[in-house]
Design a protein around this ligand. Structure first.
Ligand code: IPD
Ligand code: CA
Ligand code: CA
Length: 269
């Protein structure tokens, strides 16, 4: 009986999750390449567009209609605390700078956490029509087809992706130093501008690994589950179990994880 109830609830969460990412993505489509207001959130390139707010509003209305008692954590609004086991972690547009420049590498990302464990994640890029979904213990899919991380086992022949925060770029083993070390060994390191998609493309085997020094929970909540469910490994920069509430991330196919982790912690290639 309990098992059936749990399965039914999970099914309801998943339906709401899919409706919510669709509702957000409809707003991305509506504003993309059109006119929209852009405001600064503080520093010069920390931007938010009218579409971020519209996407967030559309997502909230789906979740709050179906589950008014659930906790929500979302980039543009912050936390809407509730006394609930379930938390929805939302990035209404991941890749806002791309979006604002008409670059179709951006997405809606939503993770569902239960008692501190990520149980569902969905990332949708409406411009490439790519929907990534993961359910804890059930694998990950891209447009309903199972995905799997790559099987490359040599960092030197791997294709990597990263992102750069605007802070502490120059610290020892910081983003620029690691990037330089990899590039000097001719290892391709891409920079897409959307951490959620970096994770999904790693899950799909397009990249062998992704690392970044400073993310927020909404950037990685859905994507890290998608990588794990596609057979990959996700840790913090020191190799500990990953939590989206701390800044650093290494997400790989598992086989190059140790090599990449060592480089990020000062090791040579
Ligand atoms: C950003 C993107 C980017 C990452 C930044 C994030 P946003 O999210 O994920 O790839 O490097 O750290 O802030 O601002 O576009 O939602
Ligand atoms: Ca983001
Ligand atoms: Ca965002």
């Amino acid at each position: 009986m309990l098992f059936e109830q749990t399965t039914l609830l999970l099914h309801m969460f998943k339906n709401t999750l899919l409706q919510a990412v669709d509702a957000g993505a409809a707003e991305l489509r509506r504003f993309f390449n059109g006119s929209f207001t852009i405001t600064s959130k503080g520093s010069i390139n920390d931007l938010v567009t009218e579409a971020d707010h519209a996407s967030e509003k559309a997502i909230f209305s789906v979740i709050q209609k179906n589950f008014p008692d659930h906790f929500i954590l979302s980039e543009e609004t912050g936390a809407l605390p509730q006394n609930s086991d379930i938390k929805w972690i939302i990035d209404p547009i991941d890749g806002t700078i791309n979006f604002a420049n008409g670059i179709p590498i951006c997405c809606v990302s939503i993770g569902v956490e239960q008692k501190g464990k990520m149980i569902l994640g969905a990332v949708y890029n409406p411009f490439m029509n790519e929907m990534y979904i993961a359910e804890q213990g059930q694998g990950a899919t891209l447009n309903d087809k199972k995905i799997q991380v790559s099987d490359k086992d040599n960092l030197l022949t791997s294709c990597l992706v990263t992102g750069f925060p605007y802070q502490y770029l120059d610290t020892a083993n910081g983003p620029l130093q690691i990037f330089e070390k990899l590039i000097r060994k001719a290892i391709p390191v891409r920079r897409l501008g959307s951490a959620a998609l970096d994770l999904c493309w790693t899950a799909a085997g397009r990249f062998d690994g992704f690392y970044e020094h400073k993310l927020q929970a909404w950037d990685s909540a859905a994507g890290f589950l998608i990588v794990e469910e596609a057979g990959g490994k996700v840790t913090d920069l020191q190799g500990n179990d990953y939590s989206p509430y701390q800044p650093g991330i290494i997400a790989t196919n598992g086989k190059i994880h140790q090599q990449l982790q060592s480089v990020i912690n000062g090791g040579s290639i």
